[in-house]
Design a protein around this ligand. Sequence first.
Ligand code: ZN
Ligand code: ZN
Length: 419
Amino acid sequence: MVTAHVTNVLTGLEAQRQGLEELYRDLHAHPELPHQETRTAGLVAKRLRESGCEVHEGVGGTGVVGVLRNGDGPTVLMRADMDALPVKEETGLPYASTATATDETGAEVPVMHACGHDVHVTSLLGAVALHAAALDDWNGTLVAVFQPAEERADGADAMVQGGIVDLVERPDVAFAQHVLAMPTGTVGTRVGPVLSAADSMRITLFGRGGHGSMPHATVDPVVLAAMIVVRLQTVVSREVAPTAPAVLTVGSLHAGTKSNIIADRAVIELNVRSYDDSTRTRIVDAIRRIVIAECEASGSPKQPEFELYDRYPLTDNDAGVTERLAAAFADHFGAAAGELPLQSASEDFSRLPDAWGIPYSYWGLGGIDAEKYRLAEEADRVDQDIPANHSPTFAPVIQPTLDTGVTALVVAGMAWLGA
Ligand code: ZN
Ligand code: ZN
């Protein structure tokens, strides 16, 4: 049942709506790359102060934490990510980004909120403002975390290293949401694993270089790398249980400079996705075993080198928290609340709750025009016709996406704070 307290907190939305839409268009037109979110962080800190929060800036670089204290009661953490992507926007929207920035390699790149983190920032600021305007309807502490660099997999960890655990009291529960290519107005929850763990690995293989006409005097790393790439295809198909979803993709393979020179090394870069720690360990171990054995088989003169990078943890929703959340969503949203399918994408959000050892739940928020989505679904063309996150044409409709994003956070928060 929807409590009077939730309804009271949400009455403020009407007055907030126009300002939130303006903020969203402004954030969308001014996206910032990971760890460069200074303008966004400044706007966030200003709004948090206006809501009466205690504000901590510069947590792990550009991270911002707002704490809204309202007497004794539970502490609820909500997190929004702030960063954008090096994508050239092609949405044609009146508020489309034309921004460029210098990336970490020194290259000038276009920047776009192609993953919808502007929706998350706006929604969380809206939810904080609504809670701040209805202090008689809840008790406890709301902790709003604005995280840098989700897309680089190291923003949540930067905030942990930046001391967030010592800045605020230990929360009872943590939440995050992500706008996805599902119909606007809907929310989706899932118990247990919801987003994959991801690992990227760079493997350097060593051969012995020489003349292309004299292969007998060399160890050819191109042949060695080719054997490894083929053999790695058996890891998921032959070593992982068919009931455990997993992906192993070799996305990059570099060796050599010229047709008649045998190179002295090759570099393979691959990406692994998995949904439980034992599968993850099994795959990473299998990769090492195969690479080392193939190097031996080829007579490689030096041990291969392995480097893990861009590692995302598994996002594994707590059952008790998610069931309580799903019940609150069902009460408020009715049929617009459902189950989120297992996602192959990854997130670093869970590093925040894991730093305290607290339970969490991460849910999906629809961002696509409902009629457009229905037509694509009818034609069995959702994958082709609905631009997904990271696409240059990814364009969440502003409403009711923002209203739903704000409301979902309020309903989730009040399921703990309004009890
Ligand atoms: Zn993304
Ligand atoms: Zn994202």
